[in-house]
Design a protein around this ligand. Structure first.
Ligand code: SF4
Length: 372
């Protein structure tokens, strides 16, 4: 591909400059940057540049590639990928066999590329569980990482091992960061990773020449810095003690909280409530299913319908830590505690405490109706 800027790519596809600036604004918002950053992003994306990208797939389902490429229409995100100059991507490249291997070899020898890895890497029995062109995934990753500027582990399998690493992990599947220790690694978990977040990461790299700030699990804070539970549109129902208890029940039809149906929102850090999926059409909780915690380490072993332990995360200081204790508490003490909690977090918080302490069999949506 000849050198081209994002703006030129947009003009070729008859997307106006106004839309380009709207895209830059949305990227600044996704990156949680102030409005003043929009100009810098626009200026950098307008400059012709060619950043090579090598995209490897190992133990994966290609879901992250699909999520990024199967947009409903040609988007600025695709054009960003275009100007990155994808030198090697098994799913989308026209080349095959020796020709494809040559393309990768040339890119690796030249160096200075972003390496994106999709899928986990099997390490048991010398890595024989995933070989491409007669070489193990471990070998291929090691070689490709050696000349990369940085490595992006896309999706939960590459970031944390994902489904292949679920117990009993028969192939000894490992995350990219377990094997690449001498290069900057950014984890972009999710099943799949949200295309908006990958685009924002790339735009940050193109605009500022650096990677964004990361959390302890190497996830960008702009996308994984907030707990889903704290931004969930159903949070009011959690606080009011209004829970779905069976699929299709009255609470489900009314859009109540999905915690008792196994929602992992309280222990999951992701910006799904803000950006959604599929051009922000929807996301799991909006669609009526609990969060499965796909951006967290080991989520496949959480148990889809097991309730998340509310004690396993540091709650806000205003959150009432009473779930296990209330079960055996005399009614008078419970009333006192409810009153104190009410002082601290309001009557809604106290209602949530009482509802969470009840056995599911006793708690019916109709009971909560009476509170209204
Ligand atoms: S438990 Fe799930 S559905 Fe309920 S408020 Fe939290 S994130 Fe939303």
């Amino acid at each position: 591909m000849t050198q081209a800027s994002v703006l030129e790519g947009l003009i070729q596809r008859q997307v106006s400059r106004r839309d380009f600036l709207k895209f830059c604004s949305s990227m600044a918002a996704a990156l949680m940057l102030p409005r003043t950053a929009v100009g810098k992003i626009a200026m950098q994306l307008e400059a012709p540049k060619r950043t090579p990208l090598v995209w490897l797939e190992f133990q994966d389902c290609a879901g992250n590639s699909e999520a990024f490429l199967r947009s409903s229409k040609p988007t600025a995100a695709e054009i960003v990928l275009d100007i990155l100059s994808v030198d090697y991507h098994e799913t989308i490249m026209a080349a095959a066999g020796f020709q494809a291997e040559d393309a990768k070899k040339k890119a690796v020898e030249t160096g200075g590329y972003l390496l994106v890895v999709e899928g986990s890497i099997p390490t048991d029995e010398g890595g024989v569980h995933c070989t491409i062109g007669g070489r193990t995934a471990m070998d291929i990753l090691k070689e490709a990482a050696s000349n990369a500027i940085a490595v992006v582990a896309i999706g939960s399998c590459a970031a944390f091992g994902g489904l292949p690493a679920a117990s009993p992990n028969p192939t000894g599947a490992k995350a990219v960061m377990d094997l690449v220790t001498d290069k900057p690694v950014v984890n972009m978990p999710g099943c799949p990773c949200n295309a908006v977040n990958l685009t924002a990461l790339v735009v940050h790299f193109l605009s500022f020449g650096s990677l964004p700030e990361l959390d302890a699990h190497k996830r960008p804070l702009f996308a994984y810095g907030a707990r889903i539970h704290d931004n969930c549109p159903r949070r009011g129902h959690f606080d009011a003690g209004e829970f779905v208890l069976a699929w299709g029940d009255e609470g489900h039809r009314k859009g109540w909280c999905l915690y008792k149906m196994g929602c992992k929102g309280p222990i999951t850090f992701h910006n799904c409530p803000a950006v959604g999926y599929n051009d922000n059409t929807s996301w799991p909780i909006k669609a009526g299913h609990g969060c499965i915690g796909c951006s967290e380490i080991g989520f496949w072993d959480f148990g889809l319908y097991n309730t998340a332990s509310l004690q396993s995360f540091a709650p806000p200081t205003t959150y009432s830590p009473v779930q296990p204790a209330v079960e055996t508490m005399p009614p008078t003490n419970a009333a006192l505690l409810g009153g104190l909690a009410g002082l601290a977090i309001g009557a809604a918080g106290a209602a949530a405490v009482m509802q969470l302490s009840k056995k599911d069999a006793d708690a019916k949506p109709a009971a909560s109706d009476e509170q209204k």
